[in-house]
Ligand binder design. Sequence first.
Ligand SMILES: [Cu+2]
Length: 130
Amino acid sequence: MRPGGWGRALLALGLVAAGGLAACKERPAPAQAPPAAAGPRVIPIRAKKFSYTPNRITVKQGEAVVLEFTSEDRKHGFKLPELGLRADIEPGKVTRVNLTAPRAGTFPFACDLFCGDGHEDMTGELVVQP
Ligand SMILES: [Cu+2]
């Protein structure tokens, strides 16, 4: 670099820094986060050979929830016959099942798509509290 080059370099640096500061000052104050929307509680459930995680889901009677299923390996099913629920759970997809349990109790659910040896153990329960 020629003599004098440093001066120009520093000047350029100063301008960049000043520009940066100005940009900071001009930035508007961050907007207030919107209040959390009131909506059904979302319960994520992961399915894989040969289990659901969690395999015990607790809700309140009359509480609106969304069961949000994902699969970590292959296609599985979700069947909760006592409350008339059934869904396919496909990999790479989120399957949402709306649920408002009408009565208290413990309701078993299971995978109803044969997914290999151990498929019969792919079960869980929904506990509905009064
Ligand atoms: Cu399965």
